[in-house]
Design a protein around this ligand. Sequence first.
Ligand SMILES: Cc1cc2nc3c(=O)[nH]c(=O)nc-3n(C[C@H](O)[C@H](O)[C@H](O)COP(=O)(O)OP(=O)(O)OC[C@H]3O[C@@H](n4cnc5c(N)ncnc54)[C@H](O)[C@@H]3O)c2cc1C
Length: 311
Amino acid sequence: MSLLRQPLLLLSRSALVKRAVSGMPVSAGIVRSYVPGETTESAVGATAALSEDGLRVTLDFLGEDTTDAEQADATVAAYLDLLQQLAARGLTRHAEVSVKLSAIGQSLPDVGHKVALENARTVCRAARNAGTTVTLDMEDHTTTDSTLMILRELRKDFPETGAVLQAALHRTESDCRALAYEGSRVRLCKGAYLEPESVAFQDKLDIDKSYVRCLKVLLAGDGYPMIATHDPRMVEIASSLASRFGRTPGSYEFQMLYGIRPEEQRRLVANGEHVRVYVPYGTEWYGYLMRRLAERPQNLTFFLRSLISKN
Ligand SMILES: Cc1cc2nc3c(=O)[nH]c(=O)nc-3n(C[C@H](O)[C@H](O)[C@H](O)COP(=O)(O)OP(=O)(O)OC[C@H]3O[C@@H](n4cnc5c(N)ncnc54)[C@H](O)[C@@H]3O)c2cc1C
């Protein structure tokens, strides 16, 4: 595991550094490579361009750890606006939305769980009316139980709601078994958060082994696996497991982040795979960017250069 991962992930939660770094214009090189823009229009534009290349999309209005109910409401309103604009442009057949529950109220003291559930319901209803679905992103391990409970509640009315599970957590193989049922959309990722040894694997090799065990459970199961990784080995293993378990493209999909390995995204599409690109947009890009830098500290040089040249 990279020596820089831990400090960068700690910084991702620092309000002070967030203020300093967020002064950068979004066009600064490194931010722009991961986030197409700040507005709904920029997100819809990026969706249209990706769709033309045969890629599917999931859109994330950036924001997390909201402790302000008004901010949570504003995030819900942003999703409603986005869904309306996607529908108006005829893009919802191949574009869904990803929602972080902590951006819509989960971290509010006392009422967090209830508010997040109500807000998520509102977004799910709007997504269904627009002809698409919602996937609930997964955040750090302190939120896993609450997020999976909210998922269960939402699926009573909106069974198409997607879940995310993180291979880094010890519990995940068992969560995969519980969620590998018919109609259940599950995104499997490695996990982007700094987690303690008590709940999570720390070595890359152990996380990768867990990822493969979870892939087997999901691909052998009856649900719809969404294989979210840029790791060439994981992509290769997933492809061979998919054919071993008699899965045809469209009974599962690959997912990658906007701006990461774009040529690989298109290569998979050319091979007949379904590929969905996660497109984050908005002004609250700080936490997202820091997690991406933690995954690839080589990018830190570009990042520091764009910080220095901000004037
Ligand atoms: C669609 C999608 C949705 C996600 N949703 C969640 C979520 O809800 N919750 C969560 O905790 N995590 C989420 N993640 C993040 C995930 O958990 C990992 O942190 C992230 O994907 C990096 O892991 P990896 O599987 O790509 O493998 P890694 O082992 O990190 O990377 C493998 C290779 O991918 C390339 N690569 C990886 N990162 C970068 C980068 N930043 N820039 C350039 N190249 C890079 C490099 O070639 C690297 O060697 C999501 C990831 C994707 C793709």
